[in-house]
Design a protein around this ligand. Sequence first.
Ligand code: HEM
Length: 267
Amino acid sequence: MASFVIGAAGFGRHISWKDDAVIPPGHQLTFKDALLTTSHDVFIKLLVPSWAMGFTKRFRRARLAFDELQRYLTEMIQERKGSQLKEEDDDLFTGLLSANNDDNLLKDEVKLNDSELFGNIFMLMVAGHETTGHSLAFAFALLALYPDKQEALYQHIKRVLPDGRIPTYDDMPSLSYSSAVYNETLRMFPPVHSVPKLSAENTTFTITDLNGTKRIVSVPQGIALTLAVPALHYNPKYWEDPHTFKPERFLGDWNRDAFLPFSGERV
Ligand code: HEM
């Protein structure tokens, strides 16, 4: 499901379970297979040196999927470059291409070449696919484990959308319990569990240990830090009964600083 959303919102390609079964001429994989294999096997590409990518069937398949995706994206870049923007082309990919072609916007900036465009699109795809896919999978598993919450969500959706219509973006603020379920899932199973950072300047942290004693920790410039997201999300100081799935905690007010599934903002 996450791939379909990324396919449409990211690339303007409407893929589905059944369609996209025919491999177009000049390709060895469908767009869907290339997209799915690359996002599942991105760690193979990161960890295995290119000279070893022919060693196993899985590595070879990953290599093929990367090559194929690059071919599809290059074709799409060429196609969109040569055509007028249509209203239905309001996907991320087209947005990036037209921003890159906008001479007013990028007057003093360096434009991205095709390989950099590919890199950026690929990053959006990987960053957007695995995070969304995993958190949805955990949300469904939690709803199965907590049938009373599943029922509450079902009744809530029926109240907000009584006629059974497909929700639009404008319905989002009314779907408060759905957001609460998703937030509670992100609290319990944050897909990005460690967020690496570098200290930009010499600073200090004032921390309080379990006994309530304050301590000052010095943090020199350039030191590597990692935000341990699950540790924060399960800290009983901020979250009552942290091991229990309770979407309701996100209906009222909650401690924004203790909820960092998307990392934090500089203040
Ligand atoms: C549940 C869904 C998601 C979660 C939990 C999530 C989480 C995160 C986190 C923790 C970071 C690191 C931020 C930091 O370094 O401070 C990040 C970065 C990023 N995310 Fe997401 N993300 C999600 C969905 C998406 C989607 C749908 C997209 C795009 C389609 C996306 C694109 C990106 C990009 C491009 C970055 C890198 C930003 C940068 O380094 O400037 N993410 N995300």
